[in-house]
Design a protein around this ligand. Structure first.
Ligand SMILES: NC(=O)c1ccc[n+]([C@@H]2O[C@H](COP(=O)([O-])OP(=O)(O)OC[C@H]3O[C@@H](n4cnc5c(N)ncnc54)[C@H](OP(=O)(O)O)[C@@H]3O)[C@@H](O)[C@H]2O)c1
Length: 207
């Protein structure tokens, strides 16, 4: 399957690795010095708990043009960064789009795309259950991983089979959810509570 990963950071690099290993034709959209890193070294991932490092070669692009067609586009960036490319996604002819990551306003994304696309798009939202960070500029260190909560904002995802096909030769699990809006908002509340608790502990520790 022809797949675009839009955003070559921690989460995008990990998902690209999974989908390449699953036999898909994966392209990653990067910017800045990450373009050259990916072209030269491929996607280098340190799997923290498995004590191994993987390297995967992928196609790298720096721009999504309106007629570039993919079976699925996954967008994996920070919330504001994803928001800033909604018109690029709307102008592109690919039909199936998944926004992955924290998103307190998923419906706004969906409404924008529905309003601004020439053709009807199918939109899903997801959240990868892994954590990671860069250990240096080119190596992504991943802890846990291997699954994504995913679904639409309104009921069952009609195109779940397409997603299952993309992941069928991987060990990665898709956990379908019929109301990703409330899933994402609930998750945000947990994150806020966790951060508040952490700040209190740090204040007590510093005192
Ligand atoms: N990392 C984690 O452990 C973790 C865990 C759970 C959830 N999440 C969520 O997952 C989502 C993605 O997080 P992440 O950690 O993967 O973020 P990240 O490492 O910052 O990756 C975002 C990538 O997108 C690139 N980018 C931003 N705007 C772009 C644009 N207009 N065109 C092309 N590329 C662009 C960034 O490039 P630059 O580096 O040049 O800015 C960066 O490479 C977020 O919603 C985050 O909250 C992350």
């Amino acid at each position: 399957m022809r797949i675009l990963i839009y955003g070559a950071g921690v989460q995008g690099s990990y998902l690209a690795h999974v989908l390449v290993r699953g036999g898909n034709d994966v392209t990653i959209l990067a910017r800045g010095k990450r373009i050259e890193e990916l072209k030269k070294d491929g996607i280098v991932i340190r799997h923290y708990f498995q004590h191994k490092t993987t390297v995967d070669k992928v196609n790298v692009i720096s721009k999504l043009l309106p007629n570039d067609i993919y079976d699925i586009i996954f967008v994996l960036m920070q919330y504001q960064q994803s928001k800033s490319i909604l018109s690029v996604i709307s102008d592109n002819i690919s039909k199936y789009i998944v926004f992955v990551g924290n998103n307190a306003n998923a419906r706004e994304f969906q409404d924008f795309i529905n309003k601004n696309s020439n053709e009807q798009k199918q939109i899903a939202f997801g959240f990868q259950t892994n954590g990671g960070r860069y250990v240096n500029s080119r190596i992504v260190n991943i802890r846990l991983g291997g699954s994504m909560d995913i679904g639409s904002l309104d009921g069952k995802l009609s195109w779940h089979q397409l997603l299952e096909n993309a992941f069928k030769n991987t060990k990665y699990k898709l956990i379908f959810n019929e109301n990703m809006d409330s899933w994402l908002k609930t998750h945000m509340i947990f994150v806020m509570l966790w951060l508040t608790l952490l700040m209190h502990v740090m204040v007590i520790y510093v005192k």
